[in-house]
Design a protein around this ligand. Sequence first.
Ligand code: IPE
Ligand code: IPE
Ligand code: MG
Length: 251
Amino acid sequence: MIAELLIENDKLDIPCHLAIIMDGNGRWAKSKGLPRVAGHRKGAEAARSAVESSIKYGVRYLTLYSFSSENWRRPIGEINDIMGLLREYLLNQINELDSNGVRLRVIGERDNLDQDIKILIEEGEKSTKSNTKLDLIIALSYGSRAEIVNATKRILNNFDLGLIKPNDLSEVLFESYLDTAGIPNPDLLIRTSGEKRLSNFLLWQLAYTELVFSEVLWPDFGEPNFTDALYEFTQRERRFGEINSLRIDEN
Ligand code: IPE
Ligand code: IPE
Ligand code: MG
């Protein structure tokens, strides 16, 4: 029902950039008496479904929080399981992403990743570079504070080289040093599993993003939950600090 409404009514706002904190894999597995890795495996399937739904409903940029800087603090066995699934995803999915017009981009500290995964990412980014249907941005070994500090370091470095003067610094210039340079800020953020926090995700970029929190655990998050969240977004009034509702398409 909501799905039809979203497809048929082109006046409804579809978020141009959707960001998702895919949380609850461990609890999903626990509730079924399974090891945590089973939750991560089912979670990877839910991620594939989110990519399909994004294409179907016309989302242009999808950012998936897959592994945070702080997730390196987890037991090594779980980290290896997650990296193994990521390796599998990259090996099996790049061709399909490419044939569906998806451009792959990865943000985060990729130096921390295994060499073979780094190569798979580089190859995937290169082979899908000219696709324009959907940008799939995977946040991997990503932490917003680290991203902001790294951006600042590079700005200071360019200052040392005489390429930037203090007065050149602006919000626009600063953004161009973030991992998300060139990508519009998210319009909608979904976090699953009932947790209501940002966990160091896109702190700069989410300044005016609409937030939707779903109780559903990520492995169970399917198309109906996706369209519910999109529908909730259509009901929001975005103001960006102004008095009246300001819709970008009316200006
Ligand atoms: C999200 O699920 C996946 C990652 C953080 C890698 P969790 O593993 O955090 O699952 P919960 O929060 O323990 O249920
Ligand atoms: C955030 O989830 C990171 C990802 C979903 C990849 P966490 O499960 O790591 O967040 P906290 O620890 O509950 O804040
Ligand atoms: Mg969690």
